[in-house]
Design a protein around this ligand. Structure first.
Ligand code: KG4
Ligand code: ZN
Length: 337
């Protein structure tokens, strides 16, 4: 089974071909970071135009590198949401067109499901598993009992965790995307010099809130407490540690629910923030403390990519879960709906 996957929901134009043996035959990714950097965040209109410009060449190069033609594919998967609608439409329409022209099965992939299933491609993870999905748009805890079967345990009430990293980096003047720059600043700094409180950790649920943390960062900046490079590093370290405290606390609560409902064995971390080494380490410890195994994609496959769309497409295709061409692009598409 060979599936082509197309991703374009945010600022990466990417395609990949994967097979059932969990091999990547080709993966091409064009990042638009340079185009958005000057604005300090992703500009939807700029993103859509860039996807349109790059999509054809990214797919051509992917097929060439994989040494396959459309006729060799078992199916074609395209991201159908959630995400920036202009970009999603481009990826989805491209996938539909290629599937129609080559008479191949078409699979409309939920971007969040693609993040969710990715650790099954890179690791040995069976259903059911507990998922902590941490990305630029989302932060949620879910029980994943099968392809397409999700139970939402809790999630952020305001900002996503990736957004908190991005906004903190912006407030510190460290550039975009914020995750990697905050991570490296945090490595040079010392937590505890600033004192932030982790929101909602005393509530007995699986919800998060990160907008208050952003306000704490802004207050420190506004008070003139962040003057030197060293101050920025210390603030980044405290910010990251506070985020981790919240993630660990709520994941711990979700593990109790997960254990009460299933006999599942895995805690899975995915989404762009899973690229953060300190977050990974903390979640690995959290899993071990609770007798679960830990899985996360390799760092290079945590942020958006075509491989995850191709793999989610393959997982759906082998269960016969294909789509017709009436599927619409969706800016919002919660898992489990
Ligand atoms: O999954 P993703 O590529 O896109 C969405 O689906 O949203 O996640 C992007 C997010 C951004 O907010 C980015 O700052 C964050 O992931 N991110 C990180 C790291 N690398 C990317 N956050 C923390 N540490 C990192 N190393
Ligand atoms: Zn993503």
């Amino acid at each position: 089974m060979l599936v082509l996957g197309i991703e374009s929901s945010c600022d990466e134009t990417s395609a990949a071909v994967v097979n059932e043996k969990k091999e990547i035959l080709a993966h091409v990714l064009f990042s638009q970071i340079k185009e958005h950097e000057k604005y300090g965040g992703v500009v939807p209109e700029v993103a859509a135009r860039a996807h349109l410009e790059k999509m054809d060449t990214v797919i051509e190069e992917t097929l060439r590198k994989a040494n396959v033609g459309l006729e060799d594919l078992s199916g074609i998967a395209g991201v159908a949401g959630p995400g920036l609608i202009g970009g999603v439409i481009i990826g989805l329409m491209t996938a539909k067109s290629l599937a129609f022209a080559s008479s191949k099965p078409f699979i409309a992939v939920n971007h969040l499901e693609a993040h969710a299933l990715m650790p099954r491609f890179t690791n040995e993870v069976e259903f059911p598993f507990l998922l902590l999905l941490t990305s630029g748009g989302h932060c949620q805890l879910l029980i994943v009992s099968d392809v397409g079967k999700y139970e939402y345990l809790g999630g952020t009430l305001d900002d996503s965790v990736g957004e908190a990293f991005d906004k903190t980096a912006k407030l510190l003047g460290l550039g975009y995307p914020g995750g990697p720059v905050i991570e490296s600043a945090a490595e040079k700094g010392t937590a505890g010099k600033f004192k932030f409180t982790a929101p909602l950790i005393h509530q007995n649920d699986c919800n998060f809130s990160f907008s208050g943390l952003k306000t704490q960062v802004r207050t420190a900046v506004d008070k003139g407490l962040v003057k030197t490079e060293a101050d920025k590093n210390d603030l980044a370290a405290e910010f990251q540690e506070t985020v981790i405290k919240a993630l660990k606390n709520k994941t711990g609560k979700a593990i109790s629910v997960f254990k009460g409902k299933t006999s599942g064995k895995h805690l899975v971390l995915s989404g762009g923030v899973a690229a953060n080494k300190a977050v990974r380490k903390a979640m690995e410890t959290c899993a071990a403390e609770n007798g679960l195994t830990f899985a996360a994609p390799p760092i290079s496959l945590c942020t958006d990519n075509g491989v995850m769309i191709a793999w989610a497409g393959l997982e759906r295709l082998r269960k016969g879960m294909t789509d017709d061409f009436r599927v619409k692009a969706r800016p919002r598409w919660p898992l489990g709906s």
